[in-house]
Write a protein that binds this ligand. Structure first.
Ligand SMILES: [Zn+2]
Length: 338
């Protein structure tokens, strides 16, 4: 089968590899219907994470089950499934508290940018749909695997509620999904920080009421102007840099919450400024599995269309071009068809 391997920064190859097999009784093997490239895949692609040996890329996936291990009870061959990018048993104390991304048996999905993939902890990770979904829903179902679930978690963690004024820092796919989530959760005002026309347009379509193109202190000043100097009730931090994190903290009013889902790279906090900011922070890898049944229902009943974040679709064999397009910001997010 074809699979996407990262050999070194900038060196993505789609090559012939052995098909995965059941290794544990809790595994499932799926044939990918669609997969995609994540913003976080760009960290090793850009050399910002270590690549010491070839990495099997891909953690966002949906497809049809072709085999299950002897302990798997909730999914069976022939079913269409979507799963979280974090693999969880969905039974341990952290899972029962809704933090499946800190599962005691947690693993991170790998090898999804391929024709077939092994999904460990299938019962606690995968959700099967009742019927085979229409093809036009596939991009949205795929988005639920990570970016939609992560944007949703950012909004949930920031406690967005009816009437909230929300700031979304970051206009990548996750930030755009954060806008969608804030809208669904009833936010009254959604201020999206974005410098790119195509992303601004999508943010407006997903429910943003205001766009701020400025960054850093200038961006914070614009947020303050728009909120009568008060700041936001909820801030979604969807980037993970020092500047974006500081922007998020500075946009947040005292008593607010910041949901931070951009993986921090080189971010440091100052104790005193955090102390005096009087904001709460909740973040980390999104417990997508908590939201997945609800999100799949919203998609299958066509109440949301998160799949529009995919603005480039390529055959799996052209994955390397998909990486370059995202690295050079020619594409928001690349969908790959095996
Ligand atoms: Zn667990």
């Amino acid at each position: 089968m074809l699979a996407t391997m990262l050999y070194a920064p900038g060196d993505v190859r789609v090559e012939e590899r052995d098909e995965p097999v059941i290794q544990k009784p809790t595994d499932a093997i799926i044939r990918l219907t669609a997969t995609c490239i994540c913003g976080s895949d760009l960290w090793p692609f850009r050399g910002l994470n270590d690549v010491s040996s070839p990495m099997a890329m891909g953690h966002e996936y949906c497809g049809v089950v072709v085999a299950v291990g002897s302990d798997v009870k909730t999914v069976k061959p022939g079913q269409f499934v979507v799963g979280s990018f974090v693999l969880s048993d969905n039974t341990c104390p952290h899972c029962r508290h809704g933090f499946q991304s800190s599962c005691e048996q947690r693993e991170f999905m790998t090898g999804g940018q391929a024709e077939y993939a092994r999904v460990p902890l299938a019962d606690g990770t995968l959700i099967a749909t009742d019927t085979m979904p229409d093809d036009d829903l596939i991009p949205s179902l795929l988005a639920a695997s990570d970016v939609l679930g992560t944007g949703w978690y950012a909004a949930d963690a920031a406690r967005v509620q009816s009437g909230s004024t929300v700031v979304v820092v970051g206009d990548g796919a996750v930030g755009l999904m954060g806008v969608l989530a804030a809208k669904q959760l009833g936010a009254h005002r959604i201020i999206a920080m974005s410098r790119h026309k195509s992303r601004q347009d999508l943010a407006l379509d997903y429910g943003a009421t205001d766009i701020i193109a400025e960054r850093g202190d200038a961006g914070v000043a614009r947020v303050k102007e728009l909120t009568q100097r008060i700041g936001a009730d909820a801030v979604l931090e969807c980037v993970g840099t020092q500047e974006s994190m500081q922007t998020a903290i500075n946009c947040a009013r005292p008593g607010s919450m910041i949901g931070y889902v951009g993986v921090p790279h080189g971010v440091q906090f100052d104790g005193q400024s955090l102390f005096f900011s009087q904001t709460g922070m909740m973040g980390g890898p999104a417990p997508v599995r908590r939201f997945l049944p609800y999100l799949l229902d919203l998609i299958l009943t066509r109440q949301i269309n998160p799949g529009r974040v995919f603005d480039l679709e390529l055959p799996l064999a052209d994955a390397a071009e998909g990486y370059r397009a995202m690295d050079e910001r020619r594409a928001i997010k690349t969908l790959l068809r095996p």
